[in-house]
Design a protein around this ligand. Structure first.
Ligand code: ZN
Length: 362
């Protein structure tokens, strides 16, 4: 025993350092063991193979999700509530059912296309191809862009279809083949009869308004078309005036402007607004009634083949064969016939053909 004490005394430094080393090692080992015990995941349940296919499997539960995100700080991501969908051009038609109070110009505006494109694409659907003949419940095919839907017929070729769709603007066969919505195989372009295809920029000959509302000139046999309207035979002389002024106080358009499907201009005019003769001439038509949608209508022959027409009037103040001066009061604006609200429908015809009034009004 004394020997041991003597040894300790003699090697005091060595014994102390060994002791401290042993303590440090023990502490390190202990803490490592403690950490692994705390951090160890609970053993997962494993599915046990079953003898029969129908037997229930042992359910395996997923580890619980981390709820307190503060324990795992990271880069936050702002919640984006709005999804940005890039605006792509529409390629397919939209079926639109006309509801009460719908006007063709507002439908066209809604789909960002021309009124004419809807008229072209709905052959036989809209009466007289006239945008003012819309009835609730009517099913319209709205094209994706300006142009025309066309039902492929037996014997049609891309060349022949392009040629007959070029009434207003030239259409090339490749415009039809390349339109993505037509889904035409570019390696072997073919279309089966009965298939509806879209012709970008396409147009067709529209119903000729003069078939219903013939132009009446001051002399007899001046009428065109085949309607039962009388007229003509007023005089061979009379004033000639080919300088045209606005038949209303303003030239503001309300509704349809001049286009292939609307052969006149709709001038803003409330019910009862005075309507004036655009130039001097002879009244060749002053007729009440529906008149195929024109309502109460006046025509004035200004000589040299020029005839002006005033429609949807609430009142007619002149009679047939009456001579009027430029600016004479001839009637009052209204909404008779087919009109979406009161306005003046005004046409200028030369030799029985409609022209754009904007090109002639002073
Ligand atoms: Zn009109």
């Amino acid at each position: 025993m004394n020997k041991i004490l003597q040894f300790l005394k003699a090697n005091r430094f060595n014994v102390t350092s060994w002791g401290v080393t042993a303590l440090v090692v023990a502490a390190l080992l202990g803490s490592t063991f403690w950490w692994t015990q705390v951090g160890a995941a609970s053993p997962a349940t494993r599915p046990i193979p079953t003898a029969q296919p129908g037997q229930n499997q042992t359910s395996v539960s997923l580890p619980a999700p981390v709820t307190n995100s503060m324990e795992f700080p990271g880069i936050g991501r702002a919640l984006q509530l709005k999804t940005n969908i890039p605006e792509r051009p529409r390629m397919d038609p939209v079926k639109y059912t006309v509801s009460r109070g719908d006007a063709m110009y507002s439908i066209a505006k809604q789909f960002n296309i021309k009124v004419d494109s809807i008229i072209y694409s709905n052959k036989g659907v809209i009466k007289y191809d006239n945008p003012q003949f819309l009835t609730p419940g009517l099913q319209l095919l709205i094209p994706p862009t300006d142009g025309m839907y066309y039902t492929w017929k037996d014997g049609d070729t891309f060349e022949s279809v392009a040629a007959k769709s070029s009434v207003i603007a030239k259409v090339k066969p490749e415009d039809i083949i390349n339109f993505p919505g037509n889904n035409i195989d570019l390696t072997d372009p073919q279309v089966k009869p009965g298939t509806i295809i879209f012709i970008p920029g396409g147009s067709r000959t529209l119903f000729d308004w003069s078939q219903l509302m013939p132009t009446i000139s001051r002399v007899n046999n001046g009428s065109t078309g085949t309607s039962d309207f009388g007229g003509g035979g007023c005089a061979t002389g009379g004033p000639v005036d080919n300088v045209f002024h606005s038949p209303t106080n303003s030239l503001a358009i309300s509704g349809y402007d001049y286009s292939p499907s609307h052969l006149g201009i709709d001038l803003a005019a409330t019910e009862g607004t005075p309507i004036y003769a655009a130039a001097a001439g002879i009244v060749t038509m002053a007729q009440g009634g529906d008149n195929y949608g024109y309502g109460n209508v006046i025509q004035i022959d200004h000589g040299n083949g020029f005839v002006t027409l005033y429609a949807h009037l609430s009142q007619i103040n002149v009679s047939r064969c009456e001579i009027v001066g430029a600016g004479s009061l001839i009637g009052l604006a209204g909404a008779t016939g087919h009109a979406e609200g009161a306005h003046l429908h005004f046409e200028i015809r030369i030799g029985g053909s409609n022209v754009n009034p904007h090109d002639y009004l002073q």
